[in-house]
Design a protein around this ligand. Structure first.
Ligand code: GLC
Length: 673
């Protein structure tokens, strides 16, 4: 717990106060007059759903306000005032063009979090949903922190010694790393400059990076927004060169967006959902002319093409939170009560029981990096790898107390079951394909060999030729009577990074990538998936999507951003030379081609048909890869080793009645392939 924190006020900058709660003057140093008024009227009635301190301007129908309400039975999160139309909320910040010192925001999410001192979850009755904030207004807020507090305060001495940003004549910071001094290349300098230009400010502080920053693009759609998943490589690039502020701001502001009441038509997705992206908008300040304020406008999928659910956002947020702590040494951030509650809300959403039979996470199509229909609904590998990773990161970060111990047990149980499930059923190599080829079907029993009733005919003809003698990979998806044999790069790489795969499997995946270099790397690293869906398959599975034609975009396109995950995986498996080879290849073209989002054709020769240029995660992925290679010891902070405890739990669970003695050795024998 951060000892300095006790009340709900955060400030971004002295000139731009951001109220993390608006509940009563006892809790806050100050309140805007209108807020004081509404609180005075409503607090006595126990209702405290909301707390918009000032009604927003009604000339923007998308802006939503919140009112203090007085129904103790309702969910203690705010809900939009239904008179105001569709739920669209902004987090407000500060005025632009007037004295910022007098502007405020009521950020209820964080305020509400301050009441959440425990998660009422019992592993056996699985009541994680009871995480809803307890205690109402009578609970004293526990945390107060100034968002502006720099990372340096909490930074470990050890880390400070690694990275020293230095100003160059161009005003750009170059990274001079004590362990590896080398000249920063012209391409890297250009990349840093572009990354810097992509930075988005909110109330005068950096808060993220736009997805793409092409000045010639007249139709940016939502590429001018900060995407959670896209920001991860930017965040790592900044962290690796000693700049933590932007990451800290990003983590805290997205946390505030997390609990927004959001609706898609009349339906509200779960409160732990993180947005896919957000935009900083400048809107007129109510009641005044010529003055404006900045607001955060999140998109939870309600505007996204296809209305896809950003399942991966929360998982990436947790992964980034851990990385931030590891690299900066500022562990106080993850210990904050609001941050702890944020983690729990995400886990709550992921661990809630449904109808599913598997420990893997059940999601709809397009719920991750591939955010269009591509036949990845069900249990796609990418989500499973991120889920596994986020569970491990959370277990490391959660403060264990009476309120969280059941959750931690649940995490451990899920980790064991998930890792067993993926290792056992997703893995394919020559031997396994041959087994599937000879599968018997329609086995009705608990000890069926072909548990998912896979018809051998499903083995695609390309795979028969493609599967190498050595190595293998984790398949894209597994459902009853369905194995998606496509190779999905991010899921496989993140399985290595997080140790979801066994050490032998992880080795096998890199062997396969090396063996199939022409297919998976070709002229531009790396294919998002292999192979593409063609002809009828493309028509039926993508719905005839003209953006996802064969070997384009998500359907077998090449995405240079995947370089950073590849580099991490190579470093972990002690094969940095593979990453170096891929980076060298990318370096030959990225700058010349204006940093495209993706490349098309079977071997990645052409810039993608509809590819954005100056795509930030292409730029950041490249920079992060370079820095990781230069500083493998930093990379190791992002990697996770085999977790024998998880294996042991799994071994115990597998022996069902516990008749067999559980031992670490037995666990290894059982799960390690
Ligand atoms: C595309 C990608 C998605 C990315 C977004 C912004 O929609 O599919 O993964 O987050 O662009 O770059």
């Amino acid at each position: 717990m951060n000892p300095s924190g006790s009340f709900g006020i955060s400030t971004m900058r002295p000139c731009c106060r951001l109220l993390i709660g608006c509940r009563g003057s006892a809790f806050f140093g100050f309140l805007p007059p209108t807020c004081q008024h509404s609180l005075a009227n409503n607090l006595s009635g126990f209702r405290y759903k909301l707390l918009q301190h000032r009604q927003l301007h009604s000339n923007s129908p998308r802006i939503f306000g919140f009112k203090c309400v007085a129904n103790p039975d309702q969910r203690p999160f705010r809900s939009p005032d239904s008179n105001w139309g569709q739920s669209r909320v902004f987090s407000r910040c500060c005025n632009v063009g007037q004295d910022r010192g007098t502007s405020f925001i009521a950020n209820v999410a964080s305020d509400v979090r301050h009441h959440s001192t425990s998660i009422d979850s019992h592993v056996n009755d699985k009541s994680f949903e009871k995480i809803y904030i307890q205690g109402g207004i009578k609970v004293k807020p526990l945390v107060v922190e100034r968002i502006e507090r720099g990372v340096d305060e909490g930074k470990g001495q050890e880390q400070q010694e690694h990275v020293h940003p230095v100003e160059t004549s161009e005003g750009l910071k170059e990274t001079e790393i004590s362990t590896h001094k080398r000249e920063v290349t012209e391409i890297e300098k250009e990349a840093w400059k572009l990354l810097q230009n992509a930075v988005v400010n909110y109330c005068g502080s950096p808060i993220g990076t736009v997805a793409a920053n092409d000045p010639a693009d007249k139709m940016p759609l939502n590429y001018d927004q900060v995407f959670i998943r896209d920001f991860v490589p930017s965040a790592l690039a900044f962290l690796l060169r000693g700049e933590g502020e932007i990451v800290r701001n990003f983590l805290l502001h997205t946390l505030q967006l997390q609990s927004w009441e959001k609706t898609v038509d009349c339906y509200s997705p779960g409160q732990g959902l993180m947005p896919a992206s957000f935009k900083v908008r400048t809107v007129p300040l109510d009641g005044s002319t010529g003055t404006f304020e900045e607001v955060l406008d999140p998109d939870f999928g309600e505007s996204a093409i296809g209305r896809v659910a950003p399942v991966d956002s929360g998982l990436w947020w947790i992964i980034l939170l851990r990385a931030y702590g590891k690299i900066t040494g500022d562990y106080a951030l993850q210990e904050r009560v609001d941050v702890q509650t944020g983690i729990k809300l995400i886990l709550n959403l992921c661990l809630t029981d449904g109808f599913d039979m598997f420990p893997s996470l059940l999601v709809t199509d397009g719920s991750c990096m591939i955010d269009r229909r591509m036949g990845i609904h069900g249990h796609p590998l990418e989500i499973q790898a991120l889920f596994y990773s986020a569970l491990r990161c959370s277990r490391e970060m959660l403060t264990v107390d009476d309120g969280s111990k059941n959750l931690v047990t649940a995490i451990n149980n899920r980790l064991s079951a998930l890792s067993f499930h993926i290792r056992e059923y997703y893995w394919v190599d020559m031997k396994k394909i041959n087994e599937i080829y000879r599968y018997k079907t329609e086995e009705y029993s608990t000890d069926a060999i072909n548990k998912f009733n896979i018809y051998p005919d499903q083995i695609p003809s390309w795979l028969v030729e493609w599967i190498p003698e050595q190595g293998g990979y984790l398949i894209g998806n597994l459902q009853p009577a369905h194995m998606d044999f496509r190779f999905f790069t991010l899921g496989n790489l993140w399985s290595i990074v997080s140790s979801l795969g066994t050490p032998k499997q992880n080795e096998g995946i890199l062997n396969l990538i090396e063996d199939k270099w022409d297919d998976l790397v070709g002229q531009m690293p790396l294919k998002i998936c292999y192979p593409s869906l063609d002809y009828e398959e493309w028509r039926i599975i993508t719905g005839g999507d003209p953006k996802n034609t064969p070997w384009s975009y998500h359907n077998g396109g090449s995405w240079p951003t995947l370089l950073w995950q590849f580099t991490l995986a190579c470093i972990k498996m002690k094969r940095p030379e593979l990453a170096r080879k891929a980076i060298t290849l990318a370096e030959e073209r990225l700058s010349m081609d204006q940093w495209p989002e993706y490349y098309d054709t079977r071997n990645g020769r052409f810039i993608g048909k509809q590819s954005r240029l100056y795509q930030t995660w292409t730029i950041a992925g490249y920079l992060t890869s370079k820095m990781l290679l230069d500083n493998p010891e930093m990379a190791s902070m992002l990697l996770m080793d085999e977790d024998y405890e998880v294996l042991q739990t799994c071994r115990c669970a597998l022996s069902k009645t516990g008749r067999k003695k559980c031992s670490r050795g037995a666990a290894k024998a059982q799960i390690l392939v």
